[in-house]
Design a protein around this ligand. Structure first.
Ligand SMILES: Cc1cc2nc3c(=O)[nH]c(=O)nc-3n(C[C@H](O)[C@H](O)[C@H](O)COP(=O)(O)OP(=O)(O)OC[C@H]3O[C@@H](n4cnc5c(N)ncnc54)[C@H](O)[C@@H]3O)c2cc1C
Length: 457
């Protein structure tokens, strides 16, 4: 029988889980039994405590009184070991929502723990919309900017490039606010900082006027897709495509602004399609030709899908088939050559892979640690079903990405070392200097981040 104390801890944890989508304790309680896992299940740890402060003051007090390590967590949707720690994991799930907005500049400030799915509606009410969104909206705002999360759009940067200011609780518990004019260096570093500078409490975003988008999805063969990809990327507001392995077919998506009334054709469910692709793999992976036949046959029956909706309801989809992922951002001019080679390696040596290869376009930005820093990019993502070993496939693909000058997504699996990152990022040393100044004792580091930032913990 658990004692009264143990019972209360478990009860508190169970109650808090309703708030944060996991098991969270008040900031004073502590337990070694509540494991933390990321979305795909590939990263886990048993932290000292999982904390969810209810106010900014509680957050500051918690940070000031801790000797560390402390790792902020969002929705746990990163694949890299950014969060695992034996110290405290801190969620801002209780610090969520719109704080204030400015009609003239189309800017708005949110609590950092706000999920992307909880941004669209309040922004719409005040006459604003996010400029772009990724393909799911489960992430928190702070978690998304911390890793350089992006959508697609050759003329649109990643989410950190929308940030015009933020507030950060540093290692001493002090609150620093920063933007282009004030604490400029901290701002440049903190816009994409992997939770390594402190805990971001508020984020101000440059938004746009509310808009309705026309989302089109259609099937095209591989050669035609590659021939049209650059043109489509340059002429559609948002354009991306998926290559379906062993089929020579691609699934294309675009978004454009429209004044049309809302309407929708029937649309396929991407999760159902993944189950179908897995089934085909399970039964037919012994013959490339046979495997391609049912996919091509189904593709031939698919009509163009159109959904006209408010932008914030039209980007994200639900992903309930879990996977592990590697994504690299390549100089745009190298992207399609890299893609050809990725397809070749996959279809020659990794026949168990059934997830489509995702291809997106992102505009250059000036965020210090952004993979899009000063370069227009084409992003390629490969996936493996969460119950299957991703390592052999990713190990074969990563050298292709590296050969074409790729920089990895900070939240997705890669084996890039500190020295290699230092060569990829012209502002790497400046970032290290800001980190050292804000957190000399490494309170916000875990072993992975310490290995990147050359600090002892
Ligand atoms: C199904 C799926 C779909 C995805 N789709 C896309 C996509 O379309 N585009 C894309 O670019 N990425 C995509 N990703 C990756 C995802 O957007 C990033 O990994 C993102 O960081 C996850 O946000 P999160 O809230 O889950 O943060 P977490 O994964 O929990 O944390 C990420 C980082 O943010 C830090 N952090 C969290 N909160 C704070 C805070 N308050 N202050 C400081 N640091 C903080 C953490 O310490 C950590 O370093 C996808 C991931 C999954 C699983």
């Amino acid at each position: 029988m658990p004692g009264r104390r143990q019972f209360l801890k478990l009860f508190a944890a169970a109650t808090a889980s309703g708030i944060a989508g996991g098991s969270w304790l008040s900031q004073t309680a502590s337990s070694r039994v509540i494991e933390w896992k990321n979305w795909s299940g590939s990263q886990s740890c048993v932290p000292r405590a999982r904390l969810a402060p209810a106010t900014l003051q509680e957050l500051q007090q918690l940070v000031a009184s801790s000797n560390g390590p402390i790792r902020p967590v969002g929705a746990g949707h990163s694949f890299t070991p950014l969060v695992p720690t034996e110290g405290d994991i801190v969620s801002l799930a209780r610090l969520s929502g719109l704080i204030e907005h400015d009609r003239a500049s189309l800017q708005a400030t949110f609590h950092a723990g706000t999920r992307l799915s909880a941004i669209g509606a309040p922004l719409h009410e005040v006459g604003q919309a996010l400029i772009n969104m990724p393909d799911i909206d489960e992430q928190t705002l702070a978690g998304a900017i911390a890793t350089g999360t992006h959508g697609t759009g050759a003329g649109i940067g990643g989410l950190p490039s929308f940030v015009t200011g933020l507030e950060l609780v540093t290692a001493t518990g002090e609150l620093i606010s920063c933007n282009q004019e004030h604490n400029r260096e901290v701002f440049e570093a903190a816009r994409l900082s992997l939770g390594a500078l402190g805990i971001i409490s508020k984020i101000r975003l440059q938004n746009t006027n509310p808009y309705r988008s026309r989302r089109e999805s259609w099937i095209l063969d591989w050669d035609e897709t590659l021939a049209q990809a650059d043109h489509l990327a340059d002429t559609r507001r948002n354009f991306e495509f998926y290559y379906i392995p062993f089929s020579a077919r691609c699934f294309l998506h675009s978004h454009d602004l429209t004044e049309e009334d809302k309407h929708a054709t029937p649309v396929h469910d991407p999760n159902e399609s993944l189950h179908d692709l897995k089934l085909v793999r399970d039964y037919l992976s012994w013959s490339d030709t046979l495997r391609g036949l049912p996919i091509k046959a189904i593709a031939a029956t698919m009509d163009k899908e159109v959904v006209v909706e408010a932008s914030w309801l039209n980007y994200a989809s639900e992903r309930n088939v879990r996977f592990n992922e590697m994504e690299y951002h390549l100089p745009r001019e190298n992207g399609l050559d890299a893609l050809r080679e990725v397809r070749q390696v996959l279809e020659r040596d990794h026949k168990a892979v059934f997830f489509p290869i995702e291809v997106r376009f992102v505009k250059a930005d000036d965020v210090w640690l952004s993979p899009f820093y000063h370069r227009d990019s084409l992003s390629i993502a490969v996936h493996r079903f969460h119950q299957e070993d991703y390592r052999p496939f990713f190990k074969a693909i990563e050298p292709v990405f590296r050969k074409y000058g790729g920089r990895p997504h900070w939240g997705k699996l890669n084996t890039v070392s500190a020295g290699e990152f230092a060569e990829m990022y012209p502002r790497w040393q400046k970032f290290l200097a800001v980190r050292q100044q804000l957190d000399p004792a490494g309170k916000f580091l875990n072993p992975y981040l310490a290995s990147l930032f050359g600090a002892a913990i």
